[in-house]
Ligand binder design. Structure first.
Ligand code: ARG
Ligand code: ZN
Length: 850
């Protein structure tokens, strides 16, 4: 193994302000694929609040052509990470010219090329690959940008400030940190629209795409306008420039980026047509458009002081986009979907080697902290805060936040102070949600005597790699009580738990109630409550809270699967009967019924087994799921054709929530029917589908029934010209492969001419698909681990960020048996031994192996 130099760890406690302030930044780009020239002119002055006056500018992979201070050439000291230079003790003008190579920038960070167009990604630390600059979010400045290029479309942040043959100029009047800088140049077409803000500002809206994608913009544009209206109505926030541009790019590491006035999107996160995008894609696109738009206030106008504060903008903006989706669609369905996602992605992080607080206090590579903990748990923390203070106080606090901090780079302390000032609440203990890692576990004891019912809760958070001592957190626990006949005797009540153990009483009850605990998932905890199958079935039948009702069904499914895995038990009657009743209940939203019909994922079951001290066997979990699905299909046999027919949606496709709900129930039913008719119905749906939701669901059924060969060929023939649909073609084959075929299927697909290691979407579809096939990835012979490791090693030289993110597939390795553990460890050690391993990947694997 290579003897790597220890990597530098950056600590929150070591924050110091930059020694200089910037008044204005002027940039000129002479674009050229291999030799782009970037000229900067920056007006600096000493920062009166700083103690350190070292003039250090970040810079990576830059060739300095020349530098001047106040017009006089200077020779700075240059290292791999930046430069230092002696500067006057008074305001001065820095000028530099550098050369960069966008065409060979496969890391997709800084200025790079994608399908012939120039584009940028600067968050978190990409601007330093464009020019020398204090690349830190607390340095804010106005930018004026001139682009010289013969590309027809030239875009940057802010408002247009002039254009001519081969050039365009942009001016952004709002001071911003460098991570919000963006530039795009290409042969693009626009889907234009406009919006009038509440105070009458006329805003030009555009979605810019490649020629062939023009028909996929309409939905995104409508979502943008809905987002703009919603932010005015719900948060009182208006847009603040004359134009808002969105650009779709094929090669992108993440979902999208909120650059001021020029959002850049992974094309998968904005382009949609009925034929090519599923209902799930439409919903996700609407949410991401909203998310990036909402960042204009929560992120851009008020930004982060340093990257430890990332959740300040991300947790809040995820919370806001979830509120938006709940308002546009079904609030319970959105909530349940978010909890499924949190348990699938955030809980393993919080309960494994990558555990870190919502506000981390140290990192080596900040890109490794764009995590489910920072984003999704960060949003849960805000949801708890709102629940605790109430809707009106939340609104007052947010108004104060925008008022007090507009134009600033802030911290979590600033955020909490606003809530303390607006509500006069002491949030000292609540702050632990930001500083303590790990998922609290909540146990419950019940007592019943003389009409008084007592719930005693105990909370504890296990020690983890990040912190050993955990203190009690503030837990908002929403509880309702049902009487044995199914009526609600105590409606939803918010209990505020602050102690390690705490009791709450309800008196004057005529009979012992059945508790419904953690309604609406009021706190991101694991509820460890032993309760009988009959009680869960009762809640599944009667609970008035849609979340706890769904969760009761989920618990029944989980417990029955666990008993099948550990004791070879038969599927439980209470679960099967409860499910059949829900399916027949036409008063329930079809989307909700589809959610109840879904089984817990294999990795969720592995996690549950691990928590009970049982080493999970991926093959046994797979078999139990298959058996349970088969049993369900047989049990519901008579009802399935009627349900399938009743939820077909006639007429032209529309992605609205109600239609999507019908399709999602019908397709859940189709997957059960497939177990009885070996795919005949699915083949019919596949052949006749006029939209991607129907086609892809049927495709999945055919793959699952192992009669997908013709469909694989037909799907490819039909869609080979559409990159986003072909991503689905890659991922579906791997996700639906039998456990013993997953790695070989993925390996074969990496040899397909359309596989492109440099395109993150395609890479994730194929290798990320493998990681999603639980029993296939965790194959006892180690073949799944080996294939992923091969490709991570290959990708690391090209794109460290995407490589590092995908290392998380290994984060649960220590749960499994000795044989699997040895294979996983060997593969991770092989990755670590790669010469010149990136800082990103090295940090991830080192943490996971600890
Ligand atoms: N701020 C973006 C968002 O929340 C995420 C961009 C992060 N990019 C990165 N390379 N770490 O939508
Ligand atoms: Zn964001």
């Amino acid at each position: 193994m290579k003897d790597a130099a220890p990597q530098e760890t950056i600590h929150l406690s070591e924050y110091t302000p930059f020694g200089f302030l910037i008044d204005a930044v002027h940039l000129t780009f002479d674009l050229s694929p291999n030799a782009t020239r970037v000229k900067s002119r920056i007006d600096f002055r000493p920062n009166p609040d700083a103690t350190d006056s070292t003039f250090f500018l970040h810079g990576e992979k830059l060739t300095l052509i020349e530098a001047r201070i106040d017009g006089t050439p200077v020779t700075p000291d240059i290292t791999d990470t930046g430069l230092t230079c002696t500067v006057p003790d008074a305001p001065f003008t820095w000028e530099a010219e550098v050369e960069i190579d966008p065409a060979n920038n496969t890391a997709l960070e800084g200025l790079y090329m994608s399908g012939g167009m120039y584009c940028t990604q600067c968050e978190a630390e990409g601007f330093r690959k464009i020019t020398y600059y204090p690349d830190r979010p607390d340095v804010m400045a106005t930018f004026t940008v001139r682009i010289n290029s013969n590309m027809p479309v030239l875009l940057s942040n802010g408002n247009p400030a002039g254009e001519g043959d081969g050039w365009a100029e942009w001016h952004d009047p709002w001071p911003k940190p460098a991570y919000l800088f963006a530039l795009v140049a290409g042969h693009l077409v626009n889907h234009p629209d406009h919006f009038t803000t509440a105070s009458g500002r006329e805003v030009t809206l555009n979605i810019w795409v490649r020629e062939g994608d023009a028909h996929k913009c309409a939905f995104g544009m409508e979502a943008l306008k809905r987002s703009m209206t919603w932010d005015e109505e719900v948060y009182g926030r208006e847009y603040d420039l004359d134009v808002f541009n969105i650009v779709a790019v094929d090669d992108f590491n993440m979902g999208a980026m909120e650059n001021k006035g020029l959002n850049i999107f992974n094309s998968a996160a904005v382009l949609a047509s009925p034929e090519t995008a599923t209902d799930g894609n439409f919903e996700r696109i609407e949410a991401i458009i909203a998310h990036e738009y909402f960042h204009n206030w929560t992120g851009n106008r008020i930004t982060c002081r340093d990257w430890f504060q990332l959740c300040l903008k991300e947790g809040l903006t995820v919370f806001r986009d979830a509120q938006f989706t709940a308002d546009m669609r079904s609030a319970p369905v959105k909530r349940i979907g978010d909890v499924i996602d949190l348990r699938a992605r955030q809980f393993p992080e919080d309960q494994g080697p990558l555990s870190h607080p919502v506000r981390p206090d140290r990192y080596q590579e900040i890109n490794n902290f764009y995590t489910a903990t920072v984003y999704e748990k960060g949003a849960e923390v805000i949801s708890m805060l709102k629940r605790l203070v109430g809707d009106d106080a939340y609104k007052n606090a947010l108004d104060l936040y925008f008022d007090r901090h507009d134009g600033q780079a802030c911290t979590i302390e600033d955020w909490l102070q606003v809530f303390e000032d607006a509500t006069e609440r002491d949030l000292t203990q609540f702050k632990r949600w930001y500083t303590q890692s790990g998922t609290p576990h909540l146990t419950v004891a019940e007592d019943w005597a003389d009409g008084t019912y007592t719930l005693t809760f105990t909370q504890s958070t296990p020690p983890d790699a990040n912190q050993s001592d955990k203190l009690p957190q503030v837990l908002p626990i929403a509880v309702g009580l049902l009487s044995p006949n199914g009526d609600e005797t105590v409606p939803t009540t918010l209990l505020e738990m602050t102690e390690a153990t705490q009791s709450f009483t309800f008196d004057g009850l005529s009979s012992r109630p059945v508790p419904s605990i953690l309604r609406d998932f009021s706190a991101p905890v694991v509820l460890d409550r032993e309760s009988s199958a009959s009680e869960q079935a009762f809640l599944l039948a009667h609970d008035t809270d849609p979340f706890t009702r769904w969760d009761a069904g989920r618990n029944l499914a989980r417990d029955t699967l666990i008993a099948m895995v550990t004791e070879g038990a038969a599927p439980q009657g209470a679960y099967l009967d409860g499910l059949a009743a829900v399916l027949r209940d036409t008063s329930l939203d079809p989307a909700y019924r589809a959610l109840i019909l879904a089984l817990p994922s294999a990795s969720e079951l592995a996690q549950a087994l691990d928590a009970r001290g049982t080493v999970p066997d991926p093959d046994a979990i797979h078999d139990a799921q298959e058996t349970l699905r088969q049993t369900l299909a047989e049990k519901l046999q008579d009802a399935l054709p009627g349900l399938y027919a009743a939820h077909q949606v006639d007429g032209p496709y529309s992605p609205d929530a109600a239609s999507a709900g019908h399709r999602s129930l019908a397709n859940a039913v189709l997957s059960l029917i497939t177990r009885l008719d070996s795919g005949a119905q699915a083949q019919t749906q596949f052949d006749g589908a006029d939209n991607m939701t129907q086609q892809l669901a049927a495709f999945g059924c055919l793959l699952q029934a192992k009669r997908g060969e013709d469909a694989i060929a037909a799907f490819y023939d039909q869609w080979q010209a559409d990159r986003l649909v072909i991503d689905k073609w890659f991922s579906m084959q791997v996700i639906f492969a039998a456990p013993d075929a997953a790695a070989s299927t993925a390996a074969a697909l990496t040899r397909h001419p359309d596989f492109d290691v440099k395109n993150p979407n395609r890479f994730r579809a194929t290798l990320g698909g493998l990681a999603m096939n639980h029993a296939g990835f965790h194959r006892a012979d180690g073949s799944g681990y080996a294939l992923l490791a091969d490709w991570l090693i290959t990708l690391d030289d090209l794109n460290p960020q995407t490589t590092a993110r995908m290392c998380a597939a290994f984060q649960t390795w220590a749960r499994y048996d000795e044989g699997r553990k040895a294979h996983a460890r060997a593969q991770m050690e092989r990755i670590l031994a790669k010469p010149d391993l990136s800082r990103d990947t090295s940090e991830m694997i080192t943490r996971i192996l600890k």
